[in-house]
Ligand binder design. Structure first.
Ligand code: HEC
Length: 247
């Protein structure tokens, strides 16, 4: 049942941009840098001591900024031109470039630029995201459109739309909503009876609940049901979905 809640949530967030704060935002280690290092470098410069090459760790800030034999560190925060990492990733010498060509991996220009920019900005590492308490981000500045934004999440979506020169689509009608929810849940369009029942209910929410439950093959006269060994209350599950769809 968690499925339908996630599905409905996805309708709201699927258009969220990867980086919401705009082009001037500081590079985020967890979001942008760690994935590049993890897939291209950590195999030989990570926590696994047996696999580690040149005694170099790039997964820990303290290790990455230590001066190496040459006197220069792999990462010199704020100084990409002094950082061995930048020298190695931009090298055109096959024996020098990182990752070594024998790995079959290669950084593209955008990834190299990103690493350079991150070092120029101070090379701030972050703990794994799971250990960072969630913080409410500042709301982006938006010009606003008729009826938008209606809630803070809309603000993030609108900021990205405005960046792309797009406008929010007009709100979908009830028929489109019922069609979306049944297609989402069953892969089939709603029956005429389901559409009529939904349109005929002045409150809408109750019929949408019933339709969702019907699509899922659940008898909506029962108040609780078991799914994968857990008890669910229909009102919670369906109510949540309906409220999100109609919000
Ligand atoms: C398959 C293993 C492997 C991978 C993957 C790899 N390296 Fe290396 N790296 C090495 C080896 C071996 C050396 C030592 C030989 C050398 O200097 O070329 C080295 C050396 C280095 C050095 C120089 C250290 C010094 O003291 O001079 C840097 C900086 C470096 N790697 C950065 C990276 C970065 C950044 C990545 C990912 C983009 C990466 N490496 C991926 C194997 C690897």
């Amino acid at each position: 049942m968690a499925f339908i809640v996630i599905t409905a949530g996805a309708l709201a967030v699927s258009s969220l941009p990867a980086e919401t704060a705009g082009p001037a935002a500081k590079i985020d280690y967890n979001r942008a840098v760690r994935p590049i290092l993890a897939s291209h470098c950590f195999k030989c410069h990570g926590f696994d001591a047996k696999e580690r090459k040149a005694g170099l760790r790039l997964d820990l800030c303290d290790e990455a900024v230590k001066p190496r034999k040459s006197g220069r560190p792999a990462i010199s925060p704020g100084r990409p031109e002094e950082s061995l990492l930048v020298e190695r990733i931009t090298s055109t010498d096959e024996d020098h470039v990182m990752p070594p060509p024998s790995t079959g991996k290669k950084l593209v220009e955008a990834e190299k630029d990103l690493l350079k920019r991150w070092i120029a900005e101070g090379a701030e590492y972050q703990a794994h995201w799971a250990f960072i308490p969630p913080r409410r981000p500042a709301l982006p500045a938006v010009r606003g459109h008729i009826g938008w934004p209606q809630n803070p999440i809309d603000g993030f979506i609108l900021a990205r739309l405005e960046k792309e020169g797009l406008r929010p689509s007009p709100e979908a009608g009830r028929t489109a909503l019922i069609r979306r929810v049944t297609l989402d849940l069953t892969g089939l369009p709603p029956s005429l009876a389901e559409v009529d029942a939904f349109l005929g209910d002045p409150l809408h929410i109750h019929d949408l609940n019933a339709t969702i439950l019907h699509c899922l093959g659940i008898d909506h006269t029962r108040l609780t049901f078991k799914f994968q060994g857990r008890d669910f209350r229909l009102t919670d599950v369906a109510g949540n979905v309906a409220h999100r769809l109609l919000a």
